[in-house]
Design a protein around this ligand. Sequence first.
Ligand SMILES: CC(=O)SCCNC(=O)CCNC(=O)[C@H](O)C(C)(C)COP(=O)(O)OP(=O)(O)OC[C@H]1O[C@@H](n2cnc3c(N)ncnc32)[C@H](O)[C@@H]1OP(=O)(O)O
Ligand SMILES: O=C([O-])CC(=O)C(=O)O
Length: 374
Amino acid sequence: MSEKVLSGAGLRGQSAGSTALCTVGKSGTGLTYRGYDIHELATHATFEEVAYLLFHGELPNANQLEDYKARLRGMRGLPNGLKKVLEEVPADAHPMDVMRTGCSMLGNLETEQSFEQQQDIADRLLSVFPSILLYWYRFSHDGVRIDTETDDDSIAGHFLHLMLDKKPSDNHRRCMDVSLILYAEHEFNASTFTARVCASTLSDMHSCITGAIGSLRGPLHGGANEAAMEMIEKYSSPEQAKEEVLGMLARKDKIMGFGHAIYSTSDPRNNIIKGWSKILADEVGDTVLYPVSEMVEKVMWDEKKLFPNADFFHASAYHFMDIPTKLFTPIFVCSRLTGWASHVMEQRANNRIIRPSADYVGPEPRSWVAIDAR
Ligand SMILES: CC(=O)SCCNC(=O)CCNC(=O)[C@H](O)C(C)(C)COP(=O)(O)OP(=O)(O)OC[C@H]1O[C@@H](n2cnc3c(N)ncnc32)[C@H](O)[C@@H]1OP(=O)(O)O
Ligand SMILES: O=C([O-])CC(=O)C(=O)O
């Protein structure tokens, strides 16, 4: 196999357009949404406030927030045509494929006819994504047809309520709210860039979001939180975790949930979700998963100077809330929809089709060879 050429690969370090939505690593490690630091948002905001901020550019006042939340609550129902499709999807399907199919099917039933509908479509997707996922999940796993039109005040509470069939504790609801805030937006990451490329052809919102879901699914992007969980749950002690991770590094395996394309010393979302993971670990009396996670963090830093990204401590935090591992990345979808849709709208507002060039590395021009002479 030829040597991998990295410099400039993956468009790293090149600007591919402008955005007013978010800065990533601008001051080395920082993350801001429309100028607000992620730590302030994770401390003071709700996910609905963040969604409003991303979509409209400013934080809502109290009345605007109440109206927005009421609007979102009113759009949690699923059309019958979509329920039928979800009931056909097998229980062993990957839930990211369910999200992709659900979004695409909704595009057939509630097609975007004009860009004037784009905000309504974005709000509808924000409201209905947890319903799509959990209607399928509960039907295929528990054999029940759930009513997705709950009166839960927040998307976080609605999600956990549908999943566990009971209202969540305040700590769980707030942890989920913070998680949705942390995952909401991240500039020109792979899935968002997918959405923008699709938008640049003047395609419809559902196509842009469906494509983005496909990009988020991979383990180098959103799928890393599930992959991290599958790794840490194998270890019964920090000592075992250390030995296994050292072995993986020696074999040049990737350790999922570590490293980042833009941040070089830390991911600002990590400390926030790590703090929540610790709170939940103490609450459930965990003596294994959190210490194992901390040991993996230490080994990765000592050996490779690699740090946990947003995904790593999400794994244990979600696990402590009894969220099945295969639902981890779909939760990311329910959140990142806000960033994706905001980028689609931003792209449309100042559009030129995205069509870069390639450096040709193939054969020189040559003559056609007839089939019997090959
Ligand atoms: C929410 C999110 O999407 S965050 C990202 C989630 N993805 C993951 O956690 C998957 C694991 N991480 C990775 O694969 C990478 O770090 C990525 C995809 C996030 C970034 O990729 P890149 O920008 O290409 O990484 P970068 O250039 O910093 O890599 C430098 C070196 O560190 C190594 N490296 C980077 N991350 C890891 C890792 N998690 N485990 C082991 N080695 C790693 C690379 O192999 C590379 O080594 P090499 O030069 O010997 O080939
Ligand atoms: O920015 C990236 O490349 C990946 C990431 O952390 C995200 O999308 O949240």
